[in-house]
Design a protein around this ligand. Structure first.
Ligand SMILES: O=P(O)(O)OP(=O)(O)OP(=O)(O)OC[C@H]1O[C@@H](n2cnc3c(O)ncnc32)[C@H](O)[C@@H]1O
Ligand SMILES: [Mg+2]
Length: 200
């Protein structure tokens, strides 16, 4: 089976990638499989910069092609926060539950029409011999007032997807992949990646 390496330790993200790459015949490997000790500091100021940091560090170490994803939630009423700080919004322990509680508290007095938000996903592909590339996918939604659904990860239980009339956490992995920021980024990658591989 063909293998694809994603420089992530986030198991929810890994599941999303499995839903996207599995049907194409790829086995998805993560840092847990190839470099458990690796922890790249996300010092960039954009999703793209952070995705590049993660992808290039692992590509250098493994001497092979690697993909990385840096993603997050931009809430308009919070001037785009939590943004690139989405994973650690409520503290270093990276708790999905605590992050949701914090966001809902901050939006307590914000009415429905002003609760617009989007998920953003930057994917970087790096190899030891090539200039890396990045793509960005987004997914528009509305932050709900309470949690619903148990699929997915992160902010999915409070992210209402108007086109599906459900929370992201109520979608199956396949349904999420068809409309999500990550799925949209992968669609763009499928256009760009063949060029990248040809010149490698
Ligand atoms: O850096 P890696 O190891 O990949 O794992 P991470 O969880 O730290 O990943 P990021 O730095 O990219 O932060 C992404 C955060 O944004 C949120 N997020 C990203 N994509 C999401 C999705 O599809 N559904 C819900 N929340 C998401 C969630 O809180 C993630 O922890
Ligand atoms: Mg991270």
């Amino acid at each position: 089976m063909k293998k694809i390496i994603i420089a992530t330790k986030n198991k929810g993200k890994a599941k999303d990638f499995e839903a996207l790459f599995g049907p194409l015949g790829y086995e998805v490997l993560t840092l847990h499989d190839v470099a458990e000790d690796m922890d790249v500091e996300e010092t960039g100021t954009t999703f793209e910069e952070n995705a590049l940091l993660k992808a290039t560090a692992l590509a250098k170490r493994l001497q092979t092609i690697v993909i990385a994803d840096d993603s997050g939630l931009e809430i308009d009423a919070l001037d785009g926060r939590p943004g690139i700080y989405s994973a650690r919004y409520a503290g270093e322990e990276k708790s999905d539950e605590a992050n949701i509680v914090k966001v809902l508290k901050e939006l307590e007095n914000v009415e429905d029409s002003n609760r617009t938000a989007r998920f953003v996903c930057a994917i970087a592909v790096a190899s030891p011999s090539m200039e890396p590339i990045t793509v960005r996918g987004t997914c528009e939604g509305i932050i709900a007032k309470e949690k619903k659904g148990s699929n997915g990860f992160g902010y999915d239980p409070v992210f209402y997807v108007p086109s599906e009339n459900r929370m992201m956490a109520e979608l199956s992995a396949e349904e999420k992949g068809a409309i999500s920021h990550r799925g949209n980024a992968i669609k763009k990658l499928s256009v760009k990646l063949p060029e990248f591989l040809k010149s490698e």
